[in-house]
Design a binder for this molecule. Structure first.
Ligand code: HEC
Length: 91
């Protein structure tokens, strides 16, 4: 009888541990999805919340860099997201 009890406990520990690992893995997959967003997608998702999305041809690369710094604070983007958007806009 005692042996079976220990066995059940082991399974319970494995189940809890597996659930924990699954949550961690799912979390990583989710953040990879966000990190893999390209400049075009970030631009489309963020730059038309407040005004019409200016077309990439509207400004030069130098102008986009300045605008990017300004709009990064407005749109609350990370530096990485801003750089991706600027790279896309400067093509
Ligand atoms: C939270 C609102 C908001 C978001 C999000 C936002 N903008 Fe703006 N944008 C503004 C405001 C307000 C102005 C007017 C200038 C100012 O007061 O900053 C502006 C001005 C501009 C201008 C100048 C327009 C012109 O004709 O001179 C450009 C270009 C621009 N934004 C590009 C972008 C890009 C690119 C993004 C995405 C990274 C973006 N904006 C995201 C609020 C926003």
């Amino acid at each position: 009888m005692k042996k079976i009890k220990i066995h059940n406990k082991t399974w319970a520990i494995i189940a809890i541990f597996s659930t924990f690992i699954a949550i961690v893995i799912t979390g990583c997959v989710e953040s990879q999805k966000v990190a893999s967003k390209g400049g075009a997608q970030l631009w489309a998702e963020n730059c038309q919340r407040c005004h019409n999305t200016p077309s990439p041809a509207s400004f030069s690369h130098e102008q986009w860099v300045t605008i990017g710094l300004h709009m990064q604070t407005r749109a609350q983007l990370t530096a990485k997201e801003r750089d991706k958007i600027i790279a896309f806009l400067s093509q």
